[in-house]
Design a protein around this ligand. Sequence first.
Ligand code: PEP
Length: 250
Amino acid sequence: MRKNIVAGNWKMNNDLAETQELLSKLKLQMVKEPEATVMVAPSFTNLYPTFQALKDTPVIVAAQNMHESEKGAYTGEVSASMLKSIGINTVIIGHSERRAYFNETNDILAKKVQTAIDNEMKVIFCFGEELDDRRSNKHFDLVETQLKESLFQLPQSAWSKIILAYEPVWAIGTGETASPEQAQEMHKHVRDLLNKNVGKEVAENTSILYGGSVKPNNAKEIFAKEDVDGGLIGGASLNAVDFVAIVNSF
Ligand code: PEP
């Protein structure tokens, strides 16, 4: 059975004091046994304090990125084993901001995913089309290529570590959301691709999250769709009340 998951991507927001304040509010708001698996992804500098603060809660702490190499001369980068050494076993890979601003191609992302799997980490793998792709009706093919080039080489055994996050770029941070029907249509397409390329069991058991301007007032309707198994939340995850309201939307 696939899991319902709500993951907050804090991006490059909040210094240490602000992170601690958000964590205190989150702990106050969060019920002890939420309906979904809850994750938060702070910046690198706030990973360890967040991990420490949430140790006695069910909330999982994830990194927003990592390098594809195990170690070496890559100034400014962070490796899988560094993350693991501070208790971080989950990483977001392929966020559209990494693809757009840091030139992360499907090929680089395939390597990052492989390194994460080699290190027994869970991956939240993001993909999704730009507005132009949707306008020219290329969104289904584009998503297929993203998944094929970065994920479909993985052995079946690796798929228990993969969480998918469909994030149409035109809906990220814009206040514009894909309609629940548009989300369902793409999630169904992705599940069909999994079925065809990896197998029925993986297709049924892989959680597919939706991301793109999810807020407390639209989460319930989006999460109610058959193939939507939760959300990757940007802006609204920086507000504890809103984030917990989204977590409670199942
Ligand atoms: C994101 O960046 O992954 C995201 C979904 O952002 P937002 O919720 O702010 O659109």
